[in-house]
Write a protein that binds this ligand. Sequence first.
Ligand SMILES: Cc1cc2nc3c(=O)[nH]c(=O)nc-3n(C[C@H](O)[C@H](O)[C@H](O)COP(=O)(O)O)c2cc1C
Length: 366
Amino acid sequence: MKPLNLFEYETQAKKHLSQMAWDYYVSGAGDEITLRKNRTAFEDFQLRPRMLVDVSQRDLSTQILGKSQELPILIAPMAFQCLANPAGEIATAKAATEMGIIMVLSTMATKSIEEVAAVKQAGNQWFQLYVHRDRVATPSEYRGLTKSLVERAYHNGFQALCLTVDAPLIGRRERDARNQFVLPPGMGLANFATWNDLKITQKAGESGLFAYFAEQLDPGLTWADVEWLRSLSPLPLVIKGILRGDDALRAVEHGADGIIVSNHGGRQLDGAIATINALGEIVTAAGGQAEVLMDGGIRRGTDILKALALGAKAVLVGRPILWGLAVAGSQGVQHIIELLRDELDLAMALTGCTTLQDIHPSLIQS
Ligand SMILES: Cc1cc2nc3c(=O)[nH]c(=O)nc-3n(C[C@H](O)[C@H](O)[C@H](O)COP(=O)(O)O)c2cc1C
């Protein structure tokens, strides 16, 4: 029997993954307090359903950055998807296309911008950016490597850039350190295939990814760079990893089109606030000047309903996508989205909502 929900996918996925891949996917930073809190915080919000509303027709479609979308659900950027399935990000992109939703491709993908774009040229794809340090082997202009990634994304039909700002260094995930995380032979950073020195190599007593971030990523990124980034292409810019109202305001002031309330799925700062608890303040601060999305712990349709009631325009889903990919490739990812869609649809019917606009703050109480 097919899994009935996202948690059953997680249980099955473990059987399909190596210990190193499972630990890398599932873990959080430090004591995994934030990882757990992202989930449990949803339980503190209770629903206040409205009765005797005609809910015989329901519409889950929305607009994100001015483009129509089938669902208020996006696939979060996640590195190294070939660890779950040989087709990796291509399988994920196919499922996203099938479901009419946005997939955010990671800088650290195991399939390249060009390979993923080929799944659907004019598709619903965004590109997530990690800003690398200036380096000798890349074009010598200021942050040439990042500039070239932006240009490749733009020319390949990606529709927005998503700048991740919560990872000047990578969080310490002890399971990865213990496993001395490294990619298996033949798998690498597909976006940097021509740069021989941009590789994740094994480090004694440490995660190879932790070492890569420390050596290659630029921890000197500031708000001034947001404007620089916007100048590189006409693509809308979404800032991922905001957890405070004042930072949301800064994002707006620096021209962000969207904000993703995220703590990186509990993988960066352990002890950081659960995203559903940070959302309300950020929605208020953004004041409708940037679209606010959120991720972290979305596993049920009612989680999506709660996030939307608190003012999120849409949510991103992380790990469950990898569980679907590990269990049944593209079909598995598609089924994960279908499960969330059907659960959200049911939650809407049971709370008296026929459209996403009906999902109002009065539906929840904390
Ligand atoms: C295995 C894995 C890899 C990730 N890689 C990236 C990445 O490359 N870039 C990024 O911005 N976020 C990355 N994230 C964070 C996700 O985009 C997202 O914020 C998080 O997974 C959402 O929480 P959830 O997994 O509870 O749904 C990664 C998350 C996981 C689990």
